[in-house]
Write a protein that binds this ligand. Sequence first.
Ligand code: MRU
Length: 348
Amino acid sequence: MLVIFKSLEFKEGKLFLIDQRKLPGEKEYFLCHTYQDVEYAIARMVVRGAPAIGATAAYGLYLAAKEFQKHAKRDFFLKMREASYILLKSRPTAVNLAWALKRMERIMEEEQDKDLPEIVKRLKEEADKIAREDIEINRSIGRYGRELVAEGAVILTHCNTGGLATVGYGTALGVIRAAYERDKKIHVYANETRPWLQGARLTAFELREEGIPVTVIIDSVAATLIRDGKIDLIIVGADRIASNGDTANKIGTFMLSELAKNYHVPFYVAAPVSTIDFELDNGSEIEIEERAPEEVTHIQGIQIVPDGVDVYNPAFDLTPHENIDGIITEKGIIRAPYKEGLASLKQI
Ligand code: MRU
């Protein structure tokens, strides 16, 4: 049976997030009552994945609006601007966060002459819309992408791009799901994805729940499989795509793309149009998040690196557009030249 994993749900006046730090061992919910709870949840990886953190931040701004509606209108807008900035800063690389907050801010601007309860109501509607649309968008990505998946294909993926990384269904994992729904016999290799192990913990969990055959490998096995001709297709997600197609995604993606190029394995990125940052000419302008050394020095509380040793822990890397065979969006598959192809998406 196909299960739609939903990373988040707004009910009973609060935001319920599946606590992704605890999966697959425990299925626990992290409750957000305030926008500060939301900021914490995004920064600390309770929720992660570009589309999921976008929708989460939108609900964060709605929670702020609910709290601030007791203030005078001028103070309300000042406090909302502050809350939006705090949410924006929770993680720097995935542009979906800024995109979702911009959508919410646009509503505030359009409705600024209305009474505060009306503005708050409109903000809730917009956050719900962002969340609802995300699942539809992912299904559409899946429909376009599954055409690339041949019967019997062995697919390699990195990080987690499934229902947990989105509001539901997934992007790269959505393509895999969509192919499987069409009864295509496929096999997935999931990179474990150090240091947060999104592949081993989350991708393997989602695929196993649905009965899609999956083998987890440590990240460094990928090169051997690719060289030995064991991989037919690589599909990954994205956190931010520049106008020229350069793509920031989970650390390790660039290495896979180089291997793919070297051994002529098709390499695709699956992402919604909201992940494209049309303000950036190329990827060099994308801020790559660096995370705490403890994520590398410790595994589940056990120290594995000697005291006092330096650690470099970037959460993402940049894949140049030359390494990408196509970008699968909800509006179709875009291929080189990316500048023109991606720009055309703005018009559709
Ligand atoms: O640090 P994370 O787990 O938020 O990183 C997630 C990724 O890199 C995903 O590949 C990307 O956000 C796309 S999710 C549909």
